[in-house]
Design a protein around this ligand. Sequence first.
Ligand code: COA
Length: 362
Amino acid sequence: MKNGLEDVVAAETQLSDVDGEAGRLVIRGVSLDHLAEYASYEDVAALLLDGLIEGNLEKENLRRRLGQARTEVFAHIRAIDDDMLGLPPVDIMRALTARLPDGDDLEAALGLLAAPAVFLPAILRLKNGDEPVAPSPSLSQSADILAMLGGGRPSKEKVKALDTYLVTISDHGLNASTFASRVIASTKAGLTSSVLGAIGALKGPLHGGAPGPVLDMLDAIGSQDNAKAWLNQALDRGERLMGFGHRVYRVRDPRADALRYALRPLIDADQVDRERIKLANAVELAALAILKERKPDRPLDVNVEFYTALLLDALGFPRDAFTGVFAIGRTIGWIAHAREQALRGRLIRPRSLYVGPLPQAA
Ligand code: COA
């Protein structure tokens, strides 16, 4: 038995390759560095769905249909009542997503891609006592998310930064939520069922739930001088440092650097809290040194969540919404994997090793 299925190969995929030794991520033959710099969210959606779903995936058509889908799913916002509004944002997203029809075609996929992009900004506005802002179908997905969140036209630096984020986290091998999506798809359930299961798997702090706690950690540390002492005390208490370590990467997570670069235009345009960035840089350096000293046999480097926290904070998302933004970006990966599994895979049904008691002899 392999605890946590570590190193077990459970699927063949043409979607993405995570090379944990080299610190390299390839999405459908293109390196993450290239995609993060040049591709839009819509480009990557078309790239991931190519050959897995029927329909016109040409960029302009996809952008137009995604805009229409955002307008259609906006009607579901009405289902949010006061009880639901008391839940964490990602739980409300999950509840609303459950209302979407199951299906395997492009229309079902577009509805699922549009849904989190529309739901999250509306949920955040309602929680603040503000009216939700309706989608603008002519905008790109990233521009519209920020427009629905802030109620005005977002800066081009912010749109580019969100696009880079959504592209960077679009797919990442057989992570926990993607595996959940594939397991469900292997039973021939529809895409909504796969995405719902994946959202459930994403919300835990060991997967998509870490970036909020990264900011909590930075706040608790407070100043650069306090970094070393605070980090050592946290480790002495047996805690893990959020934003560090990875099951597959034994070197720096390449997505961390893609997001670090994505922050630069925001820093240059003075659209970010520079003091927090300086503190984060100091905490990163201190944490890397301490982890190296304490765990010499286990290479522990920075992961995607560390810079996710800084980027999403700069874009105006509250920390309890970070997992929801992750879901907006990762839904395309879940859908592509679900389609690949349904088309080319087999029912996923591993075995367990029984270690419980045996029946008593009579
Ligand atoms: N801080 C301190 N120690 C850490 C650590 C961290 N962030 N991540 C791993 N370790 C240590 C563990 O304590 C363990 O040490 P031990 O063998 O002395 O007990 C060792 O490294 C191996 O940990 P393990 O739990 O087997 O690794 P994993 O592959 O199951 O865990 C993560 C991967 C991501 C869950 C883990 O690194 C973690 O909890 N990170 C913090 C949360 C986070 O940033 N999540 C986002 C991931 S993208």
